[in-house]
Design a protein around this ligand. Structure first.
Ligand code: PGA
Ligand code: ZN
Length: 421
């Protein structure tokens, strides 16, 4: 039970220097929560709407003054003085106030900032760690049980880099690490080996893409994967048994007219599935995100048949953290893992429903940051509280990424929880 005494919003800047939204929620008890929302670049078509000012004279139209104005104005007017028994009651009030299916009126950025700030204030009011409060939001009465295993961006392409190669991320998974601490140390070694390799092979200093991944001019996706394998070996690890790879193919962004433009001859869906299965033969890939495009629904079950059991068939743009899309994908056998991005759906409660649906179907969950992030670290608590199998935050550089890893290290140290196997 929490009564809202004050709500405020602030336009701040994300890791790309673009505006985003921060909210402050003060409760009658005196507890205060502050939270900032991230922003994507390789967004799914079915995402909730991020409200932008569209004033071309300011931040190229990306300003968030309207969204902030909604927090200070209409949302505060409706919620201040009200008492909410729990997070879902608060989120229901936000959804009803907005009144649109995709949060287009008040903005998913405004709604999520308030949803998160309220959660933080409630955790503070109870004097419990945020991850324990998130566990209770996921399922009443439950407590955090484990820590997620990080999947960490090594190489970037697609919309997060110069588009020099169509696929978006090659990530490192320290599969043999027993602790978060060890997983980060392992990944650091691979990242440094990759940076040295880039200098030798491409004559390039470690210049990084939006999420901190290295982004040299790979000849093609095959070269990107080959260099990742070489970096693992150069760092002294055995590929597969000690360090594996995860891919975010992000294929919606190179799909047009039923064809995948991966380089070389355009591929139809069956050809794309064969191509991905070929990569699984040659590289130690444990997770394959958006291997097919978000609108290529009909072929996702065939992708799962081809690679399921060897690598996770992970849906990002395909599922958009949207309970209706997840239900449909479960029924169709179209995936076996959910990439969870809270701002794709716009409130904590709806994202928790998406998470529960996926977990009840036996799917894995990867809790994910966005390419435009802030220094806020709530995502680490969310991944712990919601029993995420993996945490995908970007690379092991840049403070907006490290804020989450550092929070995960702190949770590991204070909670005694073990990382998932
Ligand atoms: P985004 O990318 O935050 O730019 O959408 C992240 C991802 O595709 O996983
Ligand atoms: Zn993705």
């Amino acid at each position: 039970m929490a009564t809202i005494r004050r709500l405020d919003g602030l336009e701040i800047l994300d890791s790309r220097g673009r505006p985003t939204v921060r909210a402050t929620c003060a409760l009658a008890s005196g507890a205060v929560g502050i939270a900032s929302v991230p922003s994507g670049a390789s967004t799914g078509a079915a995402e909730a709407l991020e409200l932008r000012d569209r004033d071309p004279s300011r931040y190229g139209g990306l300003g968030c003054r309207k969204a902030v104005g909604h927090i200070r104005g209409e949302i505060a007017a409706a919620l201040v003085g009200q008492t909410f028994p729990d997070q879902s009651a608060l989120d229901r009030a936000l959804i009803d106030l907005d009144g649109t299916p995709n949060k287009a009126r008040l903005g998913a950025n405004a709604l999520l900032a308030v949803s998160l700030a309220f959660a933080r204030a409630c955790a503070a009011e109870q004097g419990i760690p945020l991850y324990q409060h998130f566990a209770a939001i996921h399922t009443a009465g439950s407590v955090a049980r484990s820590l997620p295993r990080p999947t960490i961006n090594l190489f970037s392409g697609g919309k997060h880099a110069g588009g020099q190669v169509p696929i978006q991320d090659v990530l490192v998974v320290a599969v043999a690490a027993k602790t978060v601490d060890e997983a980060l140390a392992t990944t650091y070694a691979v990242y440094q080996a990759a940076a040295a390799l880039c200098l030798e092979k491409y004559g390039m200093r470690a210049l990084t893409a939006d999420e901190g991944g290295l982004a040299p001019p790979f000849a093609d996706a095959e070269a990107m994967l080959g260099d990742a394998l070489a970096a693992i070996e150069r760092a002294g690890f055995t590929a597969g048994s000690e360090v594996s790879l995860a891919l975010d193919v992000a294929s919606s962004h190179f799909y047009a007219d039923g064809r995948y433009y991966l380089g070389g001859e355009p591929l139809d869906s069956a050809g794309m599935i064969r191509h991905l299965a070929g990569w699984l033969e040659r590289y130690p890939i444990v997770s394959l995100e958006d291997g097919l495009a978000e609108e290529d629904w009909a072929n996702w079950p065939a992708l799962r048949q081809a690679v399921g059991g060897r690598a996770l068939v992970l849906g990002d743009d395909f599922l958009c953290t949207n309970p209706a899309r997840i239900r449909r994908a479960i029924a169709a056998g179209a995936a076996d893992a959910l990439l969870l991005k809270v701002n794709q759906i716009g409130t904590l409660s709806e994202a928790a429903e998406a998470c529960r649906l996926a977990q009840a179907a036996g799917w894995h969950v990867t809790v994910s940051a966005r390419s435009g992030e802030t220094e806020d670290d709530w995502l680490a608590d969310l991944a712990v509280g919601w029993a995420g199998d993996h945490l995908k935050v970007g690379s092991i550089t840049q403070s907006e990424r490290l804020a989450k890893y550092n929070r995960l290290l702190a949770i590991e140290a204070e909670s005694g929880l073990k990382m998932t196997g």
